[in-house]
Design a protein around this ligand. Structure first.
Ligand code: DGY
Length: 323
C-alpha cells in the first residue's frame, strides 16, 4: 500500500521526524526557512498532507491551484489564524491544530515576562553586561511588586486558565477575566476569579493585563491607543497570544510617554521584524516567540500532529479538527 506523501514545512524535533518518516513518505524542508505562498500553492498539488507552522501564510490564494492533492493541513501549533480555514473548508480540506500540550509552557513564558518587566530584570541584566553596575543601593532599579496584585486575563481558555493557576496559587494574585463567552461558575471559582463583560471594563481594574485570546482579523489591534489609555498608570501589558492583537506603534507611544508601566512581548505583528520604536524602550521585555519552546512541549506538539494524521488517514475523525 502506498504511504501518504506529507510535507513538514520546517524542521521538527528529531524524535517526531523519525516517527513521521516511519509512517509516511516524508519530505522535510532541509533549509528550514519559511516557504513562500508560491511554494505552498505548489505543494498543494504534490502532497496528501501539509504540516504548516505559524511562519507559513496560507491565504485563499494558496488554495486556488487547479490540481489540489492536499486533503489535510495538520498545523504544528495551537494558533491557526495564518490559515484561511474558510478557503480550506470550501475545498474539503481538513485543518487540525495542537491544543492542550503547550498551555503550561506558554503560561510559564507569560509569567516570565510579567516578572521580568515588573522587576526590571532586562534592564538589570543589560546594566551588568555593559559593566555599568556600581553596586547595591536602596534606590537602585526599583520595580513593582507582583505578589497580591490584580491580574486581568483576556481570553480565558486553556492557556488563560494555566496563567490564572500560576498567578493565583503561586503569587496570590486577584484574577479578573474577560472572555467572549460566559466562563462556567466552577471554573471561575477555582481561581476565585471574577468575569467582566468587556475589555473596556477589565483594563482600568488591573495592575497587569495578560492576553490569551486568538489572533486573526477579528482581534487585530484589540489593544489600541484608546484601550492603552484605559489601563492604570504604571500597569503592565503582557502578550504571548499573537502579535496582531496589539497595535505596536500605539504601545511604543504608551511606553515612551510612560502612560503605562511597561510591557512584555513574546509575539509580534510582523515576525521576525520588530518595529524600531519598540527596540529602544527600556520598560519593555521582548522574547523571540518562545511560548512553547521546551523540548517536552515541542515534541508533544509533534506527536499530537502525528495522532491527527494517523486518525485522518485511517478514516477516523482527527481529535483536533478545527475546520
Ligand atoms: C502556537 O502554538 O500557536 C505557537 O504560538 C506557535 O505557533
Amino acid at each position: 500500500m502506498t504511504r501518504p506523501r506529507i510535507l513538514a514545512t520546517r524542521r521538527w524535533p528529531k524524535a517526531v521526524e523519525q516517527k513521521l518518516a516511519e509512517l509516511f513518505e516524508l519530505t522535510l524542508n532541509a533549509a528550514d526557512v519559511p516557504l513562500s505562498e508560491a511554494d505552498l500553492r505548489d505543494a498543494m498539488g504534490q502532497y496528501d498532507a501539509i504540516l504548516p507552522t505559524v511562519t507559513d501564510r496560507l491565504p485563499a490564494a494558496v488554495f486556488d491551484g487547479s490540481a489540489a492533492r492536499t486533503r489535510i493541513l495538520a498545523n504544528y501549533g495551537v494558533g491557526y489564524a495564518h490559515i484561511d480555514t474558510e478557503a480550506a473548508k470550501a475545498r474539503g480540506i481538513t485543518v487540525t491544530n495542537t491544543p492542550d500540550v503547550l498551555s503550561e509552557c506558554t503560561a510559564d513564558i507569560a509569567m516570565t515576562l510579567m516578572l521580568m518587566v515588573a522587576r526590571r530584570a532586562g534592564e538589570g541584566e543589560r546594566e551588568l553586561r555593559d559593566r555599568r553596575w556600581t553596586g547595591w543601593r536602596p534606590t537602585h532599579l526599583i520595580g513593582t511588586k507582583v505578589s497580591g496584585a490584580t491580574l486581568g486575563i483576556i481570553g480565558f481558555g486553556r492557556i488563560g486558565q494555566a496563567m490564572a493557576q500560576r498567578a493565583h496559587f503561586g503569587f496570590g494574585m486577584k484574577i479578573v477575566v474577560q472572555n467572549r463567552s460566559a466562563v462556567p461558575a466552577e471554573v471561575l471559582a477555582r481561581y476565585n476569579a471574577v468575569q467582566v463583560p468587556t475589555i473596556d471594563d477589565i483594563l482600568p481594574q488591573c495592575d497587569f493585563v495578560s492576553l490569551h485570546c486568538p489572533g486573526g482579523a477579528a482581534n487585530r489591534h484589540l489593544i489600541n491607543a484608546q484601550r492603552l489609555d484605559l489601563m492604570r498608570p504604571g500597569a503592565f501589558l503582557i502578550n504571548t497570544a499573537r502579535g496582531e492583537v496589539v497595535d505596536e506603534l500605539a504601545l511604543a507611544q504608551a511606553l515612551w510617554f510612560g502612560t503605562i508601566g511597561g510591557a512584555g512581548l513574546d509575539v509580534f505583528e510582523r515576525e521576525p521584524s520588530i518595529p524600531p520604536e519598540l527596540l529602544g524602550a527600556d520598560n519593555l521585555v521582548m522574547l523571540p516567540h518562545l511560548g512553547s519552546a521546551t523540548r517536552e512541549t515541542r515534541e508533544a506538539m509533534g506527536f499530537r500532529v502525528l495522532e491527527n494524521l494517523d486518525a485522518f488517514f485511517e478514516g477516523r475523525a482527527p481529535r483536533d479538527r478545527v475546520a
